[in-house]
Design a protein around this ligand. Structure first.
Ligand code: GH3
Ligand code: MG
Length: 443
């Protein structure tokens, strides 16, 4: 409804128009207007449809009473013509005593009420005016309420989407339109699964619509964990959502509403922070904490399956000299190149970790016998011994490696790493560029 249509209702007097050539009706209409209690009202009357339509064009009419037997028009057509001219103005029809069927048809087509000719007296007009006033007040209150809700829903940062009981979309606010890529008019009446498409970010499987779950369980359902919303153009958004059933006054579910918001940035930051908390920034390798966790898990698996694991503790020899002669930044590049060599020596299921400085630890998650860990240590030494070419410098690097295996002398992850560390010191003491297998040194 536009504001200029509302203007007449804001003036003090409400003008009622009677379109009827029956003089008795005109008289009682005049009396009823004088007696109507919700006024002040003023009345105008004309005798033909043509005059009525002309009057309506001039605006300012609050409600229309129209007879369906006019000199220039009869029956339901009269009402249809009037509706075209009256727009949203509430209309009451006056039908002949044997025209109840036509009156009911007029109600179906939008008339607010009807009077049959035999009942037209002052009191029936007063009652009809009263009913119209009350209905109008309710409609206006609803209109204001709806406007308020609409403005509120479009002002909040969250997306809001609602459906009817069959899961067909009834409403989207502006944010929901943006995130789903569907406008209100495109989405209205479509199955919600078409408009609000969500999948589980870990399995990629389609999630059941939280709106349908809310209707089925008849209660509010919380966030669908890790879900991703697929916009109409294919873009994806991580979202948090919560859905609730909508009830009518009798408490019956009439649909559901879902509130959701884009958490892509927050989730990406969370994932990044999680990664940073468990990885070394220079090499992007798992750090000490994550490595310890992997060794815990590997020990658990090995004891369940009766298999073996090995831990190699590696420290570069005389690395400080590289830093001192070529600079710390160059030293960093050397560390990164060493990491590439180490990764190329192990299986994907093994873990290479940086403990700090020039120290690395390697978890061999499945070895057949203790000696296999030593063999791997030997292969790594050979790989490191290959000359490095970094920024046109050719370098010869060596490393010392300590080896500990499970089951063996170590009962848990911490002692396994510590024993490998101690074995590494043995290798250093016994000349570097070697590995030490707990009690045996190999050059
Ligand atoms: P050793 O043969 O006994 O292992 O002697 P080393 O010179 O390798 O010295 P050590 O292992 O005791 O110390 C490692 C050195 O690595 C100390 C420090 O100068 C250097 N370092 C530690 N962290 C970093 C880093 O992030 N980047 C660089 N470039 N150097 C580092
Ligand atoms: Mg060192």
């Amino acid at each position: 409804m536009q504001s200029n249509d509302m203007a007449p209702y804001m003036t003090n007097k409400r003008t009622l128009l009677l379109i009827d050539n029956n003089t008795h009706h005109q008289d009682v209409f005049r009396d009823a207007i004088a007696d109507a209690i919700d006024g002040p009202f003023e009345g105008e009357w004309v005798s033909t449809l043509a005059e009525g339509v002309e009057r309506l064009k001039k605006k300012g009419i609050w409600a229309v009473f129209v007879s369906l037997s006019l000199p220039d028009s009869r029956g339901i057509e009269t009402f249809d013509w009037l509706m075209l001219a009256a727009g949203g103005i509430p209309t009451l029809v006056i039908a002949g005593v044997d025209e109840r069927g036509i009156a009911l048809e007029a109600l179906r087509r939008g008339a607010k009420d009807y009077l049959l000719e035999g009942q037209v007296d002052r009191d029936s007009f007063v009652r009809a005016i009263r009913n119209m006033t009350e209905r109008k007040a309710v409609e206006e209150a609803l209109f204001v309420e709806k406007e308020r809700a609409q403005v509120t829903l479009n002002s909040i940062g969250d997306a809001v989407l609602s459906t009817d009981n069959e899961g067909r979309v009834t409403y989207l606010n502006a944010v929901a339109e943006k995130i789903t890529g569907w406008t209100q008019s495109q989405a209205e009446g479509r199955p919600v699964e078409e408009v609000f498409v969500i999948t589980d970010s870990t399995t990629g499987e389609l999630c059941k619509s939280p709106l349908k779950v809310a209707i089925e369980l008849n209660k509010t359902v919380g966030v669908t964990p890790h879900c991703v919303l697929h916009r109409r153009d294919g873009a994806e958004f991580a979202i948090d959502d919560s859905a609730a059933p909508i009830h009518d006054r009798q408490g019956m579910a009439t649909g559901a509403v879902i509130v959701f918001h884009d958490v892509s940035v927050a989730r990406a930051i969370g994932i990044e922070m999680m990664h940073m908390a468990h990885h070394d920034t220079l090499t992007n390798l798992p750090n000490r904490a994550l490595f310890l966790d992997r060794v815990h898990q590997a020990i658990g698996m090995a004891s369940r399956n009766g298999t073996r694991i090995g831990v190699l503790f590696l420290d570069l020899d005389k690395f400080k000299e590289i830093n001192d002669s070529l600079g710390h930044a160059f030293g960093d590049k050397v560390l990164q190149s060493v990491v590439k060599r180490l990764l190329s020596c192990v299986r994907a299921s093994d873990t290479v970790s940086r403990q700090g400085g020039d120290e690395f630890v390697i978890l061999l998650s499945e070895i057949k016998q203790t000696g296999d860990a030593g063999v791997k240590a030997g292969q790594i030494l050979i790989a490191i011994n290959e000359p490095f070419e970094i920024d046109s410098h050719k370098l010869h690097i060596t490393a010392s490696i300590g080896v500990a295996t499970y089951p063996g002398e170590s009962a848990d992850a911490e002692s396994l790493i510590k024993n490998a560390d101690m074995a590494m010191y043995q290798a250093k003491e016994q000349g570097r560029n070697s590995y030490h297998l707990q009690s045996v040194t190999v050059n």
